[in-house]
Design a protein around this ligand. Structure first.
Ligand code: SAM
Length: 270
């Protein structure tokens, strides 16, 4: 063991049952990659790809945000007996050397997040960088992400786009970020909690103008998937109607059209 590195905890799963019916590290579909970043569904569990299932089944260790949530996903996929270790924003720094230690002992490690693609407004980037820097191979099983799913369903031109993730919570910082984005020719993608949606759409309407095209994508791939599109002021009105009816629950993404009135070369930085 590397001096000073605490080993991965033996908790979170029946570590004695290292493999299961669905596969083992030897028949991994990832060319023997050491760390595999695996995308998981953003709502509909049937969106878990066959290669994701095979990779999770063939991994010795699965690093995940919430072990209970990932256990449910594994159960849905018919995978049992996997060793799960938690990896979230607050422990990524301490967990990373432990995972590198596990890789050094020949384990294949899969990285998942609670939903979607790890590293997209989720932990994982620090681990990937450290694992690659330590000389191990990192591979990916791509798949669902609220980022690409919302763009795909938006109807807003997104040949170029800017992913903002979550806006600053503080009103003044949020509004100045939105003012900057309003001059961008690229579409903007913003993750937002439903409880803040109406307030953020008010700020968007003020910063981008009430006629800028906006799409809100809520609960994508889930039973109550709800997507509405229009000018910023219309989309805001519809959000208020939904809030009044108690329908603003779940998770949502806001896509805003770029400033297409601005002249300039396609090679402009914004
Ligand atoms: N890594 C994830 C991904 O690739 O989709 C994103 C994680 S981020 C912490 C969670 C945010 O993604 C939510 O607050 C919401 O903005 C968005 N999101 C996740 N699932 C969604 C869904 N089914 N429908 C709409 N937005 C969703």
């Amino acid at each position: 063991m590397t001096p000073g590195t605490t080993p991965l905890p033996e908790t979170n799963g029946p570590a004695s049952a290292a493999t299961n019916d669905a596969g083992s590290a030897q028949d991994s579909p990832n060319g023997g990659a050491n760390l595999v970043v695996v995308a998981t569904p953003i709502g509909n569990l049937n969106d878990l790809s066959p290669r994701a299932v095979a990779t999770l089944a063939g991994s010795d260790v699965i690093a995940c945000e919430d072990t209970r949530r990932t256990r449910r996903l594994l159960t849905h996929a018919g995978i049992s007996g996997k060793r799960l270790v938690s990896l979230f924003a607050a422990n990524e720094q301490t967990r990373t050397p432990q995972i590198i230690e596990a890789l050094a002992h020949g384990n294949q490690v899969a990285l998942v997040s609670d939903a979607g693609t790890p590293g997209i407004s989720d932990p994982g980037c620090m681990l990937v960088d450290a694992v690659a820097s330590a000389g191990f191979t990192v591979s990916v099983v791509p798949g669902p992400s609220a980022l690409t799913a919302s763009l795909a369903v938006s109807g807003i031109p997104h040949d170029r786009f800017c992913f903002e993730g979550f806006l600053p919570r503080k009103g003044s910082r949020r509004r100045s970020r939105l003012r900057l984005l309003s001059a961008d020719k690229r579409a903007s993608v913003i993750f937002e909690a439903p409880s803040r949606l109406v307030g953020t759409l008010e700020d968007i309407s003020a910063a981008f103008g009430p006629t800028r095209r906006v799409t809100v994508a809520r609960e994508l791939t889930k039973t109550f998937e709800d997507v509405w599109r229009g000018e910023a002021s219309e989309v805001l009105d519809q959000a208020r109607d939904r809030a009044d009816a108690g329908l603003l629950r779940g998770e949502c993404v806001i896509v805003i059209a770029g400033d297409r009135r601005r002249r300039g070369s396609d090679n402009d930085p914004v």
